[in-house]
Design a binder for this molecule. Sequence first.
Ligand code: AMP
Length: 294
Amino acid sequence: MMRIIDGIPDLRAWRRSVRGTVGIVPTMGALHAGHLRLVETARAENDHVLVTIFVNPTQFTADEDFERYPRNLEGDLRLLEAERVDCVFTPTPEVMYPPGFQTAVTVETVSQGLEGERRPGHFRGVATVVAKLFNLTQPDIAYFGQKDAQQVVVIRRMARDLDFPLEIAVIPTVRESDGLALSSRNTYLTPEQRADAASIYRGLRAAADIHDSGERRPEILVDVVRRSIIGGETEYVALNHPSDLRPITERTDSPLLLSLTVRYGSTRLLDNLLLPAKLNTREGLTAHLGAPTP
Ligand code: AMP
């Protein structure tokens, strides 16, 4: 039987009661096949699988979609039951942030560029809630998606700096057949926006192709992506070192994180690839994204 728990004492009791390894998959619900890939991987690699569903208010900026973020708890629980998940933690904001709450985890430099620059406070909210979930559930392996690459770098940095005794697994982005990365926010798109949004992955692939052919000029790699985007408004296309997110300004043969955000109406879509493209595997992502500094 899958346990569904919404309180902290029950969660701690569940954790104390299980023997063997625990894998955690933190989510905001509205589950799709991308989330389920993380869950399946956790199921294959752990004795116990815990999924958390929490739309975390502190990681939304004031002008973002916290209120209208898609929620579908019934449907999510059915999917997780079918994946043979052991425990689902579904706290309310009041459980996670009771009156008087005033502590936060700030991961400095790697939180600042890219999404952090456009979403002030976002990674502070993410790092704080993930630190709480790690403390509450003491997992052996935590599963995160490549799609939120900066999040992976931030969480790995936090786990190392604060000595969380766990492994961070990075799972490659799951895509629709036309390449669009699965996202709970895709449901906001009109049919026309949805069709145009496939240009995001086409742009990333075009850059990967010329990189494979030897192109190393950062401005050319970025420009190929920009020129591929149809319909939406490109917020940024960026090249960074995948280990610590330093911006790339010179030609280099070292691995690159190519990431972008495109706005279709009020919907921001985020995507990325590692270059060279052969690195977009669990092994490649784990070795390079937020890799330990030597
Ligand atoms: P979210 O519910 O959006 O916070 O996502 C929960 C986890 O699922 C995060 O680690 C995401 O990076 C991951 N995720 C979201 N979309 C995808 C996708 N298309 N492929 C793989 N992982 C994903």
